[in-house]
Design a protein around this ligand. Structure first.
Ligand code: CU
Ligand code: CU
Length: 377
């Protein structure tokens, strides 16, 4: 122990000698006098080193997965953008991150009647997409994803879209057959668009903004799910909606984040999430009873990553591509869901416990596309 202490002690002495002590006491006396002070200095020094190491370690552990994703993406983009993202990192602590409310994955009751009304209002606003990450999103009704819409096969859907944003936006319902050049065209700021379509096919469908540059409008959060129940209703089950999607971020000077156009075109997301927020159903698991029929309506809003939907510890008894009862496959381990596609996933989990759900594209699961089903007896 004393051998460890001595080298720095002698270094300290040397440096103090260099500064120069005009009247140097005899060597032996100096050694006796200085020893306690040097030990104090050393204690302080070691404490400082220890604290510094602790701070660095905590910082590294805290930000390791996402930071490495961001760094690798930054490295791929231009030098100037990576240096600007480094200089703005400190500003993140100043930015006000909107409070995150867990996205409600439960399906609202199906609308009744032969003709039903749905309305969506477009806004551009700051939303939280991960712990401490505020993102300038473009939304339907203020959330990412937008609200879950629920109609029945055969219904006429009278649709109104209101643009309260600061730029032109539009709508595209994958559940509809309607002329793109009429009903999917840009809605100017402050205007609205109304049209009616028939829900001909049952399923789990995407709706999204289709205004150029389309990938930017989708990557900024302009998507949601519309569920069309089959004319002959599904059997009762514990039902949840999960929308997988990606965020491609660049930090602003105030610490908030906006879309990184290079990352989005290169397919390099920083976050891949279910229902708009990284890992939110790890903190607030979906719940079911052992032996209960669970039905997951899974939509992949992309804009670019394929989903390999998988539940750890369970098998998928039935999967219905795009949620159509005719598209049934059985006993699946992993279900592929294309960007812009959906699937209904049926599960019956026999034993109580925790069952994580992920995209088995594990780079994406590591970026936040992971949640948990908590099964109780
Ligand atoms: Cu838009
Ligand atoms: Cu589309």
């Amino acid at each position: 122990m004393s051998t460890q202490v001595q080298p720095p002690e002698s270094k300290l002495k040397t440096s103090s000698n260099n500064v120069g002590t005009p009247i140097a006491p005899p060597a032996v006396v100096r050694k006796q006098q200085r020893a306690p002070r040097s030990r104090m200095d050393l204690v302080v020094l070691w404490l400082a080193v220890f604290l510094l190491a602790l701070l660095v370690l905590v910082g590294v552990i805290d930000s390791a997965p996402l930071q490495s994703a961001q760094n690798s993406s930054a490295a791929a983009s231009s030098g100037s953008s990576s240096s600007s993202s480094q200089t703005t990192t400190k500003a993140a602590s100043k930015a006000a991150v909107p409070a995150h409310k867990t996205y409600n994955p439960q399906i609202p009751l199906v609308l009744q009647g032969n003709t039903v009304n749905i309305s969506l209002t477009i806004t551009e606003q700051l939303v939280a997409i991960a712990d401490g990450v505020a993102y300038h999103a473009w939304t339907f009704d203020g959330t990412v994803p937008g609200p879950i819409l629920h109609v029945r096969q055969g219904q006429l859907v009278h649709t109104t879209i209101i643009n309260h944003g600061n730029m032109g936006h539009s709508i595209d319902f994958h559940a509809a057959q309607t002329p793109w050049n009429v009903n999917y065209q840009e809605i100017p700021v402050g205007k609205s668009l109304t049209f009616t379509w028939r829900a001909d096919y049952p399923g789990v469908f995407m709706y999204h903004c289709g205004t150029p540059t389309v990938i930017d409008h989708m990557a900024n959060g302009m998507y949601g799910t519309i569920i069309v129940d089959p004319a002959k209703a599904w059997a009762p089950a514990k039902e949840y909606v999960l929308v997988q999607s990606e965020f491609y971020t660049a930090q602003n000077s105030d610490g908030t984040y906006s879309l990184d156009p290079n990352k989005v075109l290169n397919g390099q997301p920083d976050y891949v999430v279910f229902n708009g927020y990284a890992n939110q159903y790890k903190a607030a698991p979906l719940t079911a009873k052992a032996g209960e029929h669970i039905r997951l309506y899974v939509l992949n809003a992309g804009p670019s990553q394929f989903s390999a939907f998988h539940v750890i510890g369970a098998l998928i008894s039935n999967a219905y591509m795009d949620g159509n009862p005719a598209n049934r496959t059985q006993g699946n381990q992993t279900v592929m869901i294309a960007p812009g596609g959906g699937s209904i996933i049926d599960l019956v989990i026999p034993a109580a416990g925790l069952y994580p759900f992920v995209t088995h594209s594990f780079a994406d699961a590591s970026k936040g596309a992971m949640g948990v089903i908590k099964v109780t007896p």
